[in-house]
Design a protein around this ligand. Structure first.
Ligand code: MLT
Length: 267
């Protein structure tokens, strides 16, 4: 893994493969390690870049409060360090929230958008309160509390024991400080739902058919609002669709990226 300093904090990233750049933005409360199957499947045709958001994986937390915009800026710092002018940005769930922020901040850097198991809207007031309560529990008891609280929402009932074990391992590996900061960052994120009609790059909206956190109906609406967006549903998958059905997920993402590559938008 390499690192770049962002606001004085080391942000870790890695890259594999050669070709048009694809930036992978991970979900909460995981890390760039969640993308191993996607990196393996794309690296023969793409330059695949994955980073740990501040406070996750090997990246240290930011000094002050985190925001999705700061996460997007950290991702842009990684692209700068690699001299990548434009990349296809693929974000899953919290990675999707950061993708919206990145697109809003620097649309010219986004050659294509993959919005996976995510939403453009914000939390309800009750949801925000729940995030704060969870952030405090994480600070006091560690990230293990997230296993109990989140696993039922992250995976479908049919998820295999090995997928469950890997997700649990990644959650437990997340430092409590980073998890708490990201919970507060998600609670205060910007609402992009009224800006979907302004997205002009090729866009994929993908969702697990059994996603309980960001359900297909909401993803269908989001896809309808984004001009020319492609919509894909992954059968037999919950929220972390890339873990539960990696082959179907990778095939959908790859087909989309190949098609987007054919257009003039990706150099
Ligand atoms: C994620 O998968 O990144 C989170 O569950 C998103 C969220 O809590 O809103």
């Amino acid at each position: 893994m390499d690192e770049v300093l962002f606001n004085g904090v080391p942000i870790h990233f890695d890259e594999e493969g050669v070709g048009p750049a694809v930036l992978l933005l991970h979900a909460f409360p995981l890390s760039s390690q969640m993308w191993s199957a996607q990196k393996a499947s794309l690296k023969d045709a793409f330059r695949v870049i994955a980073l740990d958001f501040p406070g996750f994986g090997q990246s240290r937390p930011l000094a002050g409060p985190a925001t999705m915009d700061l996460f997007a800026q950290a991702a842009l710092a990684v692209l700068d360090a690699l001299a990548v002018e434009r990349a296809a940005v693929v974000g899953l769930s919290m990675g999707g929230y950061a993708s919206f922020a990145l697109h809003a901040r620097a649309p010219g850097r986004v050659a294509a958008l993959g919005l996976c198991d995510t939403r453009a809207g914000v939390d309800t007031e009750e949801g925000r309160k729940g995030r704060e309560a969870t952030a405090q529990a994480v600070e006091q008891q560690g990230s293990g509390v997230l296993v109990e609280r989140m696993m039922p929402a992250l995976l479908s009932k049919g998820a295999s024991p090995s997928v469950r074990a890997e997700v649990e391992r990644l959650i437990r590996a997340t430092p409590r400080e980073g998890a708490a900061a990201a919970l507060r960052a998600m609670a205060t994120r910007e609402d992009f739902s009224s800006r979907l009609t302004r997205i002009t790059c090729p866009t994929l909206v993908l969702v697990g058919a059994d996603d309980a956190l960001t359900p297909p109906l909401e993803s269908q609406r989001m896809a309808r609002d984004i001009p020319g967006a492609t919509y894909r549903e992954i059968p037999g998958a919950g929220h972390l669709s890339h873990f539960e059905q990696p082959d179907a997920f990778n095939a959908a993402v790859r087909a989309f990226l190949e098609q987007a590559k054919g257009r003039p938008l990706i150099p």
